[in-house]
Design a protein around this ligand. Structure first.
Ligand code: TRP
Length: 465
């Protein structure tokens, strides 16, 4: 098992793997979610906690997940079966892969709807919907008009899914790799252009201060939990996305080094996105705590009122679309690879089958903003937090706060407690006595599972802080 290549192919270099995994990690989570949860949780203090979570929970799990993938070299379900056999333990561990497929279907179905918004906004920005006369009412009406129209939402969602499927259908070398090699450098260049632009604004210092000023009085337990949940989402951990990318990783690459680069890149890009966004938002006298509408309402409004805003606003939404696209690839790939392996379909057919299924499931999210707006599946619970959720919010909550941490927890337990240490050390290419190995193994066995359990219990409402 150790020497053979995955039947799906291999990345052509370690650099391409790093680009692909960074492309997976950097997505709507970094540019759409991170700035607004930072805003809602008080800025700098939250950023610090988030960084701690990345280091203590995110990194150890990412190393474990890549390691599992490379050792199994198949889709997450079959990888987990093979590794369970190797560890001489129950095949029940396949549940990690099975849950991952289910989680992936749900995540991509709503992720693609928001991906569609980013495409719509490239169009709105580019065609001058937000010109200098745009008032806050125009901006609100534009967003409202988009989400209240099932046809528009479905149209953009369809385009986004088609973009995602087109690269996955090409396979590892001729689809994913080709796209990623072009898209990731473009993403970095666009982001740097936007940061440069933010530096010219008078509110630049205010933005930096907001993002990095540490005010301990703003910290509370709830923000710690939000930060932990986000660490999973932003690093694409817990559903097999990173595992399947690891399955295509050539043997000689050091997993620990690669993980360090990926995590650092994801974090730097999230911070740069914040540096690009907050000065623009503050420039129009808006506040940072605008919630989900920060990027789709506050930002367009601000862009409309500064010189060059239309051009830089368009660049911003192109950047957001690219980030979402390279992430969506990694959500679809583990599902498609499993369908290829188990149903013996061609990659093209498998991509169409999975893609169409997810596309159809996405209708539920798209309709959550209009015709199904009043459908609150958990209304019967009478728990305020759950009762108000529409399907879109429920899918996001269920995946980010329950299924991903649960998947990550199971991976940590499997690797930390069930796999043979010599196999782990061999795959990591690190002697068991090495200080890095020891530190990682300790975190994975003890600290990480406890940390995740706390998030998890909180999420299902068993613990109230
Ligand atoms: N990490 C991506 C983001 O920040 C989203 C993502 C891609 C993801 N693949 C994933 C989240 C797998 C969870 C699991 O937007």
């Amino acid at each position: 098992m150790v020497d053979k290549q995955s039947i799906h192919g291999e990345w052509s270099s370690r650099f391409v793997f790093i680009l692909a995994a960074t492309g997976s990690a950097v997505g709507l989570g970094n540019i759409w979610k991170f700035p607004y949860i930072t805003g809602e949780n008080g800025g700098g203090a939250f950023v610090l906690i988030y960084l701690l979570c990345i280091a203590i929970i995110g990194m150890p799990i990412m190393i474990a997940e890549i390691m599992l993938g490379r050792r199994g070299k198949q889709s997450p379900i079959n990888t987990m079966r093979e590794l369970a056999i190797e560890a001489q333990t129950s095949k029940v561990w396949q549940i990690i892969g099975i849950m991952g497929v289910f989680t992936g279907l749900l995540i991509l179905s709503y992720y693609s709807v928001v991906g569609g918004w980013t495409l719509a906004y490239i169009y709105f920005m580019g065609t001058g919907t937000f010109s200098s006369v745009a008032s806050s009412d125009t901006v609100k009406a534009t967003f409202g008009g988009l989400v209240s129209s099932p046809e528009q939402l479905i149209m953009w969602h369809t385009i986004f899914m088609a973009m995602t499927m087109s690269l996955v259908a090409g396979g590892v070398k001729h689809g994913l790799e080709k796209g990623i090699k072009f898209l990731m450098p473009a993403l970095v260049i666009l982001l740097l252009v936007l940061v440069g632009y933010a530096m010219t604004l008078p509110t630049f210092a205010k933005g930096i201060h907001f993002l990095f000023y540490f005010d301990p009085s703003k910290l509370n337990t709830a923000s710690v939990l939000v930060a932990m949940g986000h660490a999973f989402f932003t690093l694409s951990l817990g559903m097999g996305a990173i595992m399947v990318y690891g399955a295509y990783l050539p043997k000689k690459t050091s997993i620990i080094e690669a993980t360090t680069v990926i995590v650092a890149a994801d974090t730097v890009i999230a911070l740069l996105a914040g540096i690009a966004i907050f000065p623009v938002v503050f420039n129009h006298g808006l506040t940072a705590s605008a919630g989900t509408s920060l990027v789709f309402q506050s930002l367009p409004l601000s862009f409309a009122h500064i010189s060059g805003g239309i051009i830089f606003g368009t660049i911003f939404f192109i950047l957001l679309a690219i980030a979402a696209w390279t992430s969506a690839l990694s959500i679809l790939e583990p599902i498609v690879s499993w369908v290829i392996e188990s149903l013996k379909l061609s990659r093209l057919t498998a991509t169409i089958v999975c893609g169409v299924l997810i596309w159809a499931l996405g209708f539920l999210s798209a309709f959550s903003f209009n015709i199904l707006g009043d459908f609150k599946p958990l209304a019967f619970t009478n728990i305020e937090k759950f009762a108000g959720m529409n399907l879109f919010a429920l899918f996001d909550f269920l995946t980010s706060n329950i299924l991903l941490p649960l998947g990550g927890l199971l991976m940590a337990i499997f690797v930390g407690w069930f796999m043979r240490r010599e196999h782990v050390a061999d795959e990591l290419d690190l002697p068991q006595e090495h200080i890095l190995y020891q530190l990682w193994h300790f975190l994975l066995r003890f600290i990480t599972p406890v940390g995740i359990t706390i998030v998890f219990l909180h999420a299902v409402g068993l613990l109230t802080f």
